[in-house]
Design a binder for this molecule. Structure first.
Ligand SMILES: Nc1ncnc2c1ncn2[C@@H]1O[C@H](COP(=O)(O)OP(=O)(O)OP(=O)(O)O)[C@@H](O)[C@H]1O
Length: 238
């Protein structure tokens, strides 16, 4: 179980989280939504210990992010990434997967085949398109054998077919791992409607109801309806 208690985090004078509490079970997909700049990436970074927090506790199965066992059990797919361009896909995947004791190289090969990058594994990463770079990270993620996976904007840059494939892959993986994803896509809200949390007012709140209700709430938090009205008025009078 991932447990966050009384989390407080600031960047300078700006408070990002205030006494944020959240628990996540051992399996299933949780979708985190929220307007731009509210702190979704910071939350993932904080869980993983990449970003320090002011006070509170973050534990995964009793482990803290500075422990080797925590690192071996968790995998992060960030939204912005820089890959070692001089390595081939094969060298890179071997390099990353060897850090994970339960990784499965045979499954990596299978995922590479499913994702259509198998024939490019002997090429250097500088020759990969953005989508191919994303795909190799997804294949590594799926075969890492980790039990906590955090992924930021995971579907960005993926074509339609791959998006559907990855949604189903995550669904299967979530039977034995906890997967927490951040996404802005309405279709993703539809697919993962079981556990949706909205980051708002420096806290993480569980959302219940239909995906339409969730989308309406997200729109309201960002004042989208009011902005749309203002824009319509502007074009009517311009
Ligand atoms: N290293 C940093 N130093 C100072 N402020 C930061 C830093 N990183 C993020 N912030 C600020 O913290 C807030 C949360 O940023 P974060 O990237 O977590 O938001 P987000 O919800 O992921 O946004 P988006 O949907 O645009 O990706 C923003 O106001 C951002 O400007």
């Amino acid at each position: 179980m991932l447990k966050i208690e009384n989390l407080n985090k600031t960047f300078g004078k700006k408070q990002i989280f205030a006494n944020l509490d959240a628990t996540f079970g051992d399996t299933g997909v949780t979708l985190i939504v929220g307007i731009n700049g509210v702190g979704k990436t910071t939350l993932l970074d904080t869980i993983l210990g990449i970003s320090k927090y002011n006070s509170g506790t973050v534990e995964f199965n009793g482990l803290s992010s500075d422990q080797k066992k925590f690192k071996e059990q968790t995998f992060y797919v960030p939204s912005d990434f820089f890959l070692p361009e001089y390595m081939t896909g094969k060298e890179y995947s071997n390099f990353i997967l060897k850090h994970y004791p339960n990784s499965n190289l045979a499954f990596f090969k299978k995922c590479s085949e499913w994702l259509g990058i198998k024939d490019s594994l002997n090429k250097t990463l500088e020759t990969y398109s953005f989508g191919m770079k994303k795909k190799i990270q997804l294949a590594i993620m799926a075969s890492s054998g980790t039990t906590l996976i955090l992924a930021d904007e995971i579907f960005n840059g993926l074509d339609f077919e791959t998006t559907i494939f990855v949604q189903n892959l995550l669904d299967k993986m979530s039977q034995s791992a906890k997967i927490i994803i951040v996404s802005h896509e309405p279709s993703v809200i539809d697919f993962y409607s079981e556990d949706i949390r909205i980051l708002n007012n420096k806290k993480l709140e569980r959302m219940y109801g239909t995906s339409e209700a969730v989308i309406e709430k997200v729109k309201k938090e960002g004042n989208l309806n009011s902005k749309l009205c203002q824009m319509e008025k502007y074009f009517r009078t311009a």
